[in-house]
Design a protein around this ligand. Structure first.
Ligand SMILES: Cc1cc2nc3c(=O)[nH]c(=O)nc-3n(C[C@H](O)[C@H](O)[C@H](O)COP(=O)(O)OP(=O)(O)OC[C@H]3O[C@@H](n4cnc5c(N)ncnc54)[C@H](O)[C@@H]3O)c2cc1C
Length: 428
């Protein structure tokens, strides 16, 4: 039996929450879906020790406490089907139909392979933050944070708040670039305050620029990391390495629905107009799926789409102005945290690239085409469906996995069989 909503929002991070509350406030019957048990997305992931910030509670309440909103937690959209979307929760398949669809599926971390990156104790930067928030014991553990971008500061601060000894943060961007980045921040005073507050929480933790973790060593688990710094190589003994090189928009569902995508560097984002409309009628996209922009642009874009989906124009022009300002910050970030080329070449021939299917880099030599490489090696065909290795290979300039076949995530056979129509073929 299909459930029908005037507005169906996929993703309950800042963008999805803002979209749901704006649409519901203007009378729409809204379905709000998220794979996670709690709303908040990545930035407002529930912290078992510290809860979530007041701003997150306000936005969650505005959406979830509105009687026009039906909240569908732990529900994952796995495919498009004729007339709607196929999803599943812990118990059953769900067939979701909509008048308007708003995609707020966010972003994931860009993890780049290097020798030792699959050792226990090595995680993504956001990955370690998520573990800490979910109660993974970090008290007293020695943590190194590495990679690029502001997520390093947020991760280090979270780890410290959970009792870890953060030994150092290694940022690949060099000193000159970081100084230019800081000088340009005056246009976003709230960001200056945020960065200063994070840095204050990390008093005493060295923040080394132009520095890259080139290898992780250990037997059954991480023992130490090797770091290339401007003045030479060092080794740091640690229990955890949290390494992340930025974010990649989650465009798989949009791609499956046939929305036009645009590439920015090695990765694609969904193209939208000033009202967040995609190239497919009645489908909007908001937040990180439209290009990594951070929490503020996610909130503004969600509100724009929620208003547009209900035909509301009041307040729209002001939101669009605010959106331009917030997106300009994303451009500022992107320009200053661009990855140095040698970071894409850290993997050695024996380094695993596809961790799901145990495929080393050397097994991919000689394939210019992702399809051939997949068929011959099973690279990208494991449970993560190429989300990790696909983004890494694209960043490394090897090849891009391109089209998206259903299901988007591993799903129960019963769910797939329940589809009232054949699941839609991927748009190529
Ligand atoms: C691991 C990680 C940690 C981060 N930590 C911070 C931080 O500490 N501070 C900060 O300022 N920024 C952080 N960010 C950046 C963050 O992405 C944005 O600031 C903000 O969360 C973007 O909001 P959003 O609503 O666009 O997407 P998100 O917050 O990513 O929300 C997207 C939601 O969509 C859901 N979803 C996706 N696909 C499906 C599907 N098929 N079916 C059902 N649900 C689906 C996801 O479960 C998720 O809850 C982090 C990003 C990542 C990837």
């Amino acid at each position: 039996m299909a459930e029908r909503y005037d507005v169906l929002v996929i993703g309950a991070g800042p963008a999805g929450l803002a979209a749901a509350s704006a649409a519901a406030a203007h009378g729409a019957r809204v379905g709000l879906v998220d794979a996670q048990p709690r709303a908040g997305g990545q930035v407002w992931r529930h912290d078992v020790q510290h809860g979530v910030p007041a701003l997150a509670r306000r936005h969650a309440a505005a959406a979830l406490e509105n009687s026009n909103v039906t909240w569908l937690p732990q529900t994952r959209v796995v495919a498009a089907e004729a007339g709607g979307l196929l999803a599943e929760d812990a118990q059953r398949a769900r067939h979701l139909e909509y008048g308007t669809l708003i995609l707020a599926t966010g972003a994931r971390e860009l993890l780049l392979p290097f020798p030792g990156w699959t050792l226990p104790g090595v995680t993504g930067a956001g990955g370690l933050q998520a573990l800490a928030k979910q109660g993974w014991p970090l008290a007293g553990k020695r943590v190194v944070v590495a990679g690029s971008g502001p997520l390093l500061l947020a991760t280090a601060a979270s780890a410290r708040r959970h009792g870890a000894r953060v030994l150092a943060m290694f940022e690949q961007a060099d000193r000159g670039t970081m100084i230019r980045f800081a000088r340009g921040l005056w246009r976003w005073p709230a960001r200056v305050v945020q960065a200063a507050s994070l840095r204050a929480q990390l008093a005493g933790v060295p923040y080394r620029w132009g520095s890259v973790v080139t290898a992780a060593h250990g037997d059954d688990g991480l023992r130490e990391v090797e770091v290339e710094e401007p003045h030479g190589r060092t080794r740091v003994a640690c229990d955890y390495l949290a390494a992340g090189y930025g974010l990649v928009p989650n465009v798989e569902l949009a791609r499956m629905l046939g929305c036009r995508l645009e590439s920015e560097g090695a990765h694609a984002h969904v193209c939208v107009d000033a009202n967040q409309r995609t190239s497919v009628s009645n489908v909007y996209a908001v937040g990180e799926t439209c290009g990594v922009g951070g929490r503020d642009s996610a909130l503004i874009e969600g509100a724009i789409a929620g208003l547009a989906a209900t035909g509301t124009t009041a307040g729209m022009a002001r939101l669009q102005r605010r959106r331009r300002h917030a997106r300009a910050f994303a451009t500022h970030l992107r320009e200053h945290f661009a990855l140095a080329p040698h970071i894409r070449a850290l993997a050695q021939p024996e380094t695993l690239i596809c961790r799901c299917e145990d495929v080393p880099l050397r097994a991919l030599d000689g394939f210019a085409d992702a399809r051939e490489a997949k068929l011959a090696t099973r690279c990208g065909m494991g449970p993560c469906q190429g989300r990790i290795c696909g983004a890494a290979l694209a960043e490394m300039g090897r090849f891009s996995f391109g089209s998206q076949r259903p299901p988007l995530f591993p799903a129960r056979l019963e769910t797939l069989a329940s589809s009232m129509t054949e699941v839609a073929e991927p748009a190529t």
